[in-house]
Design a protein around this ligand. Structure first.
Ligand SMILES: [Zn+2]
Length: 226
């Protein structure tokens, strides 16, 4: 069972996918099977949301207190969050045409979205109207509200979905929006998967030139993405 510690070592999460919901999906390296999990507990979910800038310090503190008071509920919410992340991953990869979309995934997503949107508000200031989330309640699923909202927005935006990509890296399921000028981005990051692909190509060249080199892939499977 996942531990619900109050504080987590501040892991540096990655926010370079071009979309909040993809950043959330990318908290695991691969999904089927699930490997490289970066969300280990409810506390990690709160820390991820803090780093994403979707909840402020006061909310973080209040959620940590609530989680400490009801660890069972926090663990249940954490399990739900991971389940929803995997559901969003499958919906997005269905949108990429990698497999048919699953009605039960859509149903699961819509149940969560319906609950979330009850908390959506439109507010107004000098500059006009803007989206906000209700502040008079603070349930444990608060970190997921903007994520579900962003996922719904992405799924119904053909112009953005057109640029949705699945990293070409081995053992990497990261998704990202390709904002490159010629729409040719292949890797989640050049410093991570892009570099490893380059290292593999260069190793293959050296191996052809020098067959006595070991057969093993020079890149360790446990290496984390940069
Ligand atoms: Zn990658």
């Amino acid at each position: 069972m996942a531990e619900t510690s109050l504080e987590v070592t501040a892991e540096g999460y990655d926010f370079t996918s071009g979309s909040l919901c993809l950043d959330f999906v990318n908290t695991a390296a691969t999904h089927e099977p699930l490997t490289g999990e970066d969300l280990h507990s409810y506390a990690h979910l709160v820390e991820w949301a803090r780093q994403a800038g979707i909840i402020g310090d006061e909310t973080v503190a209040a959620l940590r207190t609530q989680a400490a008071e009801d660890r069972t509920a926090a663990t249940a919410l954490y399990t739900d969050a991971v389940m929803l992340r995997e559901t969003i991953y499958r919906l997005l990869t269905a949108a990429l045409g990698e497999h048919p979309s699953d009605e039960s995934d859509l149903e699961t997503f819509n149940v969560a979205l319906t609950a979330t949107l009850q908390n959506a508000r439109v507010a107004h200031d000098d500059e006009g109207f803007y989206r906000m989330w209700r502040e008079d309640v603070l349930p444990l699923d608060r970190p997921l509200w903007p994520v579900l909202d962003a996922a719904a927005g992405l799924l119904i935006s053909p112009g953005v979905l057109n640029r949705l990509r699945h990293c070409d890296g081995q053992r990497c399921d990261w998704l990202f929006i390709d904002n490159s000028r010629n729409h040719s981005r292949r890797w989640c990051s050049m410093s991570g998967c892009g570099n490893r692909a380059k290292a593999r190509r260069s190793y293959a060249r050296r191996k052809r030139a020098n067959p006595s080199l070991p057969i093993e892939d020079p890149v360790s499977p446990t290496e984390s993405r940069g």
